[in-house]
Ligand binder design. Sequence first.
Ligand SMILES: [Zn+2]
Length: 241
Amino acid sequence: MMDSRSMERYDRQIILLGVENQKRLKDSRILVVGAGGLGSAALNYLAVAGIGNIILIDNGIVELSNLNRQILYSEEDLGKPKAKIACEKLRKLNPEINIECLEDTFTYELGEELIKKVDIAIDALDSWEPRFILNKLCVKYRKPFVHAGIEGWYGQITTIFPGKGPCLYCLIRKARSREKIPVIGVTPGVLGVLEAAEAIKVILGIGEPLIGRLLIVDLYTMDFKIIAIKRDPNCPICSIL
Ligand SMILES: [Zn+2]
């Protein structure tokens, strides 16, 4: 049952999704890996949509140079752990949901514990090593995850659904992680919101998620295009499926 306050909070989206689907969002469990630019945008919208159980993990501290894009944080948060601040902000935004925050590094061992507890994950990372860990774990436990990556005005997003489409490793093998990626805040903003939209659709089994499709976004030219991506039958990660 949903109380009258929840019915009112989600009034506009219940018209769109129905009460049953709203309950399904409430019962869902999501892992968000990273609470930076992508994570800030995704987490805000996942929280207000009423995703009932959110686990977020980030080992970072809020720095002044984060504030051009990481909209969960303010000047008063400088020097504080991102995971802790993100949790406080999100709990204020929607006190009806459960949020668990981990000030920790996303390793294979910890990731394995976390991925078992959730239905879906969001890759809101900014480096490739932990992305490949997330990919490996999601394939192992057959959990879908939404990948996004950004640089400058450019972003890409796809939904990895083990068994239904390619994994991230089918798509990208060589990890190029740079120390300082140039970025304007709107890019992770747009891509993070798109990740939230994908997650909501996958949880509810509605719409057309980006499974086997990569959306490439260039905000400089406003060119949005989708390209088909295929499973590599010899992929060392997902060919076991
Ligand atoms: Zn693969």
